[in-house]
Design a protein around this ligand. Structure first.
Ligand SMILES: [Zn+2]
Length: 315
């Protein structure tokens, strides 16, 4: 099924060379930076949306080529369109955060999290890394690269000081931040989320382009919301774990749109991540019963719909 059209948001606060392609939830936003000499893109969305990514990027570029692609981190909803963009623009250079560069070079899907999370990402190549502490030219400007661990240990964020503009990936959204994946496999990381929020506060951005959702300027309010949410997770890691699994289930439903209960169960039992989180946070519960309960919560909240033996994604 083809995803419907999604808007291109041209925000008044954005410099002339910056366009945000605000995408639906299965894909991350894409940020296009079209300068006089170079056209760059930050993040490429999920693979099942890559035809739409190519269309949106192609439309914005007109006759120009895309020269540089960078990823804030390597989750499948942020780099799933990399391969399609590389095929469309053969001279495209691609830079990723250094922490997973080697895993990309040898395409180690276990290290890259796609297998464990039951998600897909077509193999792509890289030309180099985005080293924290350096700057990178995107469009017409120089952007600082900062390490932003927490949601993903290797994530970076990009900051353009002259415009007070931050590309935050999944480290900060208008209402929260991405699930803290390392916590799920037993690496304490809530402190890193807090440190990354402190870093964002110290940069004092006037405007944030998040990995998902609309561009926003109320940065203090967003930081306060994120810290409240983080405190709740620190108080109850179980709550965070349940939330994380529901996000993963919802992500898969968004991708599949419709699935029979048996096929869904097969996917659930193949997702190593789910088994690991179950072992760590709910080992006293039967796995099927526990995952069924989380699915029921999604149905009750209206995020999924059940009709007989079929499960549907619900917007
Ligand atoms: Zn992410």
């Amino acid at each position: 099924m083809r995803p419907g059209p999604e808007p291109v948001s041209i925000h008044a606060r954005l410099p002339a060379d910056v366009q945000v392609l605000e995408r639906g939830w299965l894909s991350s936003n894409n940020v296009l930076l079209i300068g006089s000499e170079q056209a760059a893109l930050v993040d490429s969305g999920y693979c099942t949306h890559s035809a739409q990514t190519l269309a949106l990027v192609g439309q914005a570029l007109g006759h120009r080529s895309l020269d540089l692609l960078v990823n804030t981190h390597l989750h499948s909803d942020h780099c799933g369109g990399n391969a399609a963009l590389q095929a469309r623009y053969p001279s495209l250079r691609t830079l990723v955060p250094p922490g997973e560069a080697e895993a990309v070079r040898v395409w180690d899907e276990d290290k890259l999290s796609y297998r464990a999370t039951g998600q897909e990402c077509p193999r792509f190549r890289i030309n180099g890394t985005l080293e924290p502490g350096t700057t990178v030219s995107l469009g017409d400007a120089s952007w600082e690269v900062h390490a932003a661990p927490g949601h993903d240990p290797h994530a970076v964020l990009l900051y353009r000081p002259d415009a007070g503009l931050l590309i935050s990936g999944d480290a900060l959204w208008e209402k929260g931040f991405g699930i803290v994946f390392p916590e799920m496999w037993g690496e304490p990381s809530f402190d890193e989320v807090a440190a990354t929020l402190d870093l964002i506060e110290s940069l004092k951005p006037d405007c944030v382009i998040p990995g998902h959702g609309a561009v926003f300027e109320q940065v203090d309010a967003a930081l306060a919301t994120a810290r409240e949410r983080l405190d709740a997770f620190v108080r109850s890691p179980q709550k965070h774990a349940r939330h994380a699994i529901k996000v993963l289930i919802k992500f898969k439903l968004l991708e599949m749109k419709k699935v029979c209960a048996e096929d869904f169960q097969t996917w659930l039992s193949g997702a190593a991540y789910l088994r690991e989180v179950h072992q760590r946070f709910a080992a006293d519960r039967d796995l099927q019963e526990w995952s069924g309960e989380l699915l029921n919560e999604l149905v009750r909240s209206g995020a999924a719909r059940r009709e007989g033996d079929l499960l549907f994604d619900a917007p």
